[in-house]
Each structure stands twice: as structure tokens, then as C-alpha cells.
Design a protein around this ligand. Sequence first.
Ligand code: ATP
Length: 319
Amino acid sequence: MPGGRTAHSRFKIPIKLEDNSVCNFTKQSGTAALLREASLIIWDEVAMIRRQAVETLDRSLQDIIGCDLPFGGKVMVFGGDFRQVLPVVPRGTRAQICDVTLLQSYIWDDIKIIWLKQNMRAQNDVWFSQFLLKIGDGTEKTFPNDYVDLPDIILEYNDDQSIDSLIDHVFPNLAKNCTSVNYMRERVILSTRNEYVDSLNAMMIEKFFGNEKVYYSHNFVDDDSTNNYPLDFLNSITPNGLPPHELKIKKNCPIILLRNLDPHHGLCNETRLIVKAFEDNAIDCEIVNGQHARNRVFIPRIPLSPSEDISLPFKFKRK
Ligand SMILES: Nc1ncnc2c1ncn2[C@@H]1O[C@H](COP(=O)(O)OP(=O)(O)OP(=O)(O)O)[C@@H](O)[C@H]1O
């Protein structure tokens, strides 16, 4: 959506949420003025957000508008499907995950539900849309650990060369097409685990032409004056949410941004870009999706720390 922003960025929702958190804007701020002016607020994919984030906005809107109706009386439209991805609770049990969904919020009682029943994306594939619904509704036969049997017509590739076949299928004639922005923009391979993504990325990079550029991260530990953690060890770990120590890329390869670097200029989590050139401490790229498509941007090194939930016994930083 043009001008769309993540909820955390738009409403200044704190990262660490408590049951009585409020948004990080004041009554006099520009954000408060904008929200008071708004006649409709659309919040998509709300099934994957913790209910505390929505409740935080509810409290703050009531406060800045001075009205104790839900969301200060603003019309809210939430989009989402609780059969899809739920909020992430690190090492959480099923009960803990269910407890943080919006379904468990006091707000849910005030929400009027409108069902979208027709699958527009798979309208020509009735069997597939019904199969998806059966998995989502939990009526498809499952095996221990909630595994389901994928029918043979979905498993097109099931041999030793399956990954190569998949890459050739999704990226046909890569050599000829790798400089085409449109070709790159329309293709992606999704995977379930970071380790599979890393090995797929390594295979894909091999298939691109030109020289490879390797960026190494700078790693350090806060308050480690006695050097308890050797650099080789720090280089070897990749805590959840952090990039690997070694990043290999080539000119023309597609990359995706995973941080809200500069939302005003289109650099958000999930912005897709194509590598155009390399600098020592930045990657020169072209944005390929959204309203800022075709803009040239530099992606600098960003200092990152693992989230507080990760139980490393030291304060790790990677840049
Ligand atoms: N009324 C419609 N007529 C024709 N095509 C439509 C209509 N609504 C949606 N589509 C198409 O169906 C596809 C899915 O739409 P969309 O991504 O908005 O669905 P969604 O429910 O938000 O999906 P998700 O569950 O992934 O959030 C898109 O390709 C869109 O263009």
C-alpha cells in the first residue's frame, strides 16, 4: 500500500511490551495530530502481532483523543487470518502463543467480524484452495508432530537434484535474464528454516556471473575488557535475527532488506533490491518494488544485537 508503514513504526509501539505499555508519542506530537485527523486506520496481518501491541494503541488513542471508546472512537479495520502465522514467542508453548493473539484480548469482543470466503488467488485451482483450508482448519489428516502428507502433485521434484531443478524452474535462463529487474522482481523461493535459506542462497550466488564480493561483519562484546570471547568464536556464531558473519554477493543478484532503515524513502523490512555495485562499507542497490522502485540507494553496515529473549551470556554486537 503506498505510504504504508509497519505498525511499530507508524504508532511508535515500544519493542518491549507490558500489559500497561503506551505508545512512544506525546499528545502534542505530529504522530498524535495525524492519528487525531485520521478517519480510518487499516492494520493488516494482525493475526501475527501480539495482542499487547494492539492494546497499547487502544490505550494511547483513548488518551490523545480523550474518549474512552475502543481506540478513542476511531474506525479500525484489521486484516488477517488466524490460520496463518501467529505471533512469535521464543521457545513458547502452544498455550503461550495462543495467549498473545488478538483473539485473547479484551478488544476482541468489540470487533465485528467480516469473513472473506472466496480465494481469489487460487480461484482456478479449487482443489488447492480447499487443501489449504483443510490444513488451516486442522481437518487434514496429520501425523505425529503435526506433519501433513503433501500429495504427489505438489511434490514436483523429489530426487537428488531437486534443489537444482527447483532453482531452474523458478529462475529459468538465469544467465540471460539476470540483468532484468522485472524478471528478478517476480521470482522468489521461500523456505521454512534459516539453515535451508543459507544453503539455497549459497547455491544461487554460485549461479550468478561476475566477481563475488565478500563482506565480513565486525563483531564485538560490550563490557569484555578481559577478552573472554575470542574473535574466532564471535565470528562463528549467528544468533537468531542476525546476518551471518560472511556475506557473499554478486552484481545483479536480488537481495531483501530486513530492517526498517528509512521507511520514508522505501527502505523497509521486506524491500527488495538488486545489487548494482560494491563499496567497502555499503552496498549500492536499486529498489525494485513499491512506490520507490528504480531509486538507487546505499545499504550501510548496521549495528545489530540479538533480541533480549536470546539467552547469550554476553551482550553481542554485529556490524
Ligand atoms: N476482488 C478481487 N477480484 C480479483 N482479484 C482479486 C480480488 N481480490 C483480491 N484479488 C487478487 O487475489 C490475490 C490475493 O489478494 P490479497 O493478497 O489481497 O489477499 P489476502 O487475503 O490479503 O492474502 P494474505 O492472506 O496473504 O494476506 C491478489 O493477486 C489480488 O490481486
